[in-house]
Write a protein that binds this ligand. Sequence first.
Ligand code: SF4
Length: 72
Amino acid sequence: MSKLGSQAIGCNVSSCHYFENNECTLSNIQVGASNNASSGIAEEETLCMSYKRRDVQKEDRDEHIKRFGLQN
Ligand code: SF4
């Protein structure tokens, strides 16, 4: 995956395992397009594919890497 921009990832999804102090602790994320969306409204068009419920145990960033081939 390209490192274009080297962006910081601001986020307010506090239920996510990777959320901390209004930021994402992953160095990169996968953003996906929602199915059947054509409204142009951000919340309906896109979603974070890297999201993981906070209460899921096991520090499994390996799972994220396995799914998306990304490194943290
Ligand atoms: S993985 Fe997605 S939802 Fe979770 S903290 Fe990072 S940007 Fe937010």
